[in-house]
Design a protein around this ligand. Structure first.
Ligand code: NDP
Length: 503
């Protein structure tokens, strides 16, 4: 199952090939079909993953349901579910360098990022949710019944796991997103079938090896690779799946929500964004310039909360935009295994074409590039970090998610105008405000219609902080104490008590 290859002068990487993790076993896809995987930095084929079908999804969901109903799973002590997640965290830490190399190979992002950001976040998330497994508390309630029958009425509530979860993940943080679905599902007593993105499934499959090694019960975590339209849709439609946890595009999220409606499936959707970075005239300029660049360029802009619209008070507009352009010009693009590389390629040719097309549309509509706006003349899906000025709110590039290293800058005159412009979008995921004025910071933050507002920082994500979007950026919240609502249902038990000798 594991094929070892040496790439880019780096240490060997073991690539999991061609199988699906179902009921604790690696199985071939029932269709016998496979999907080629390409290194986005070289465009060379590196592996094949199984094209899971609806038949494979059915096997995986049936296994997850059997495990969920088993008395061994139902009776497992909450602390022991947490211990399983801790075992998985330890194994991921043991293999962190290899997993990071695999992620770099599959997604193109620099190794120092996959090792120090993706892998650290993944392990932290496992530990964070592991701690929650023993904290599923309910309430004890005193009732005021309309009957006077000599009894005393009380009720208690408890959180019950929803059942089988379908986790569907994108390609921008593949391993981290997989854990963001798996860890809360297991912590709160659910079982799960994960369908990773066909563009970046390798670390999820390697995770499967570690799930087996950790001794997680068969069927509790199943991994079925394949296309979204077949495997993904089959997971959404399966009647035994009680909840879908999805991260990806708004268009797919809308389709999933519509499909889930007929079965009244629980759904959490983490979708796209068009997040504003707002720089006010009193901001610390150096920090705001670095912050605005850092809001958009990391991971080549393939971040749902990327600050892709830059609003700057007119008096400092040129200084900020030229500063961001200077940072963009200096960023070194390259193969993620090269230690000099700061930005990797985009995930795919399709994504490269989408980003190039949106920038071209912006320029056609009057935007002016201050940096970038071009592909690199070499193999790989590289796009230069780009800042465009002369932006207008009605441009296509101001309204659609680019998901690339591209920011559109617009000057602003006052807070009222920036509030209106920042909220003039179908999205509501993130925003950042750069200012030294506490009054403006908090009062403006309160008026931004977004799930997260950062003050003098951007893209600080922490598993302890609830995360999700307003408007078309999503439904529900993951992370933090709110995750418990996403993976459990409240059950109320109501009772009549009577003991005359105690009256
Ligand atoms: P999608 O939303 O299509 O893909 C995300 C996941 O959903 C993948 O696992 C995909 O499978 C799966 N999927 C696709 N169709 C269905 C379906 N009908 N039922 C169930 N699952 C499905 O995103 P794309 O990869 O197509 O990217 C397109 C755009 O989406 C990007 O340009 C970007 O703007 C946005 N995006 C936003 C993300 C975010 O974090 N908010 C993450 C990724 C993309 P598969 O890929 O295997 O077909």
């Amino acid at each position: 199952m594991l094929k070892t290859i040496e790439r880019n002068g780096g240490a060997p990487v073991r690539i999991p090939e061609g199988s699906l993790l179902i009921d604790g076993d690696w199985r071939s896809p029932s269709s016998g079909e496979f999907i080629d995987v390409f290194d986005p930095a070289t465009e060379e084929p590196i592996a094949k993953i199984a094209a899971g079908s609806s038949a494979d999804i059915d096997l995986a969901v049936q296994a997850a349901q059997r495990t969920f109903e088993s008395s061994a799973w139902q009776k497992m002590r909450p602390l022991d579910r947490g211990r399983l997640l801790e075992k998985l965290a330890l194994l991921i830490e043991r293999d962190a360098e290899e997993l990071a190399r695999l992620e770099t190979l599959d997604s193109g992002k620099p190794y120092y990022v996959t090792r120090n950001v993706d892998l650290e976040f993944t392990v932290d998330a496992l530990r964070y949710y592991g701690g929650w497994s023993s904290k599923m508390a309910g309430e004890y309630l005193t009732l005021s019944p309309f009957v006077d029958d000599g009894g005393t009425y009380r009720a208690y509530t408890e959180r019950r796991p929803v059942g089988v979860v379908g986790g569907i993940t994108p390609w921008n943080f593949p391993l981290g997103q997989a854990i963001q679905k798996i860890a809360p599902a297991i912590a709160f007593g659910c079982t799960i079938v994960l369908k990773p993105s066909e563009e970046a499934s390798l670390t999820s499959l390697r995770l499967g090896e570690l799930i087996l090694e950790a001794g997680i019960p068969d069927g509790a975590i199943n991994i079925v690779t394949g296309y979204g339209a077949t495997a993904g849709q089959a997971l959404v439609d399966h009647p035994l799946v009680r909840k879908i946890a999805f991260t990806g595009s708004t268009a797919t999220g809308q389709r999933i929500l519509a499909s889930a409606a007929s079965q009244m499936k629980r759904v959490t959707l983490e979708l796209g964004g068009k997040s504003p970075t707002i720089v006010l005239a009193d901001a610390n300029l150096d920090k705001a310039i670095a912050g605005a660049a850092n809001a958009i360029f990391p991971n080549s802009g393939q971040v749902c909360t990327a600050g892709s619209r830059l609003f700057v008070e007119a008096s400092i507009f040129d200084a900020v935009t030229m500063g961001v352009a200077a940072i963009a010009d200096e960023l070194r693009l390259g193969n993620g295994f090269d230690t000099q590389t700061q930005l990797g390629p985009l995930i795919s040719k399709r994504q490269l074409e989408r980003v190039s097309g949106l920038v071209a549309s912006g320029i056609d509509e009057g935007a002016e590039p201050l940096s970038g706006a071009s592909q690199e003349n070499r193999p790989g899906y590289f796009y230069r970090p780009t800042i465009l000025k002369n932006g207008r709110a009605d441009m296509r590039i101001a309204r659609e998610e680019v998901f690339g290293p591209v920011v559109l800058a617009m000057p602003i005159d006052d807070l009222r105008q920036v509030k209106a412009l920042a909220n003039d979008t179908i999205y509501g995921l993130g925003a950042s405000i750069w200012t030294r004025d506490l009054n403006k910071a908090h009062l403006l933050a309160a008026q931004i219609d977004a799930g997260t507002v950062w003050l003098n920082t951007h893209n600080i994500l922490d598993t302890a902080v609830p995360f999700g979007g307003n408007k078309l950026s999503g439904l529900g919240r993951e992370f933090g104490s709110e995750a418990i609502n996403a993976y459990t249902e409240t059950r109320a038990t109501c009772m009549r008590l009577e003991a005359p000798e105690l009256d």
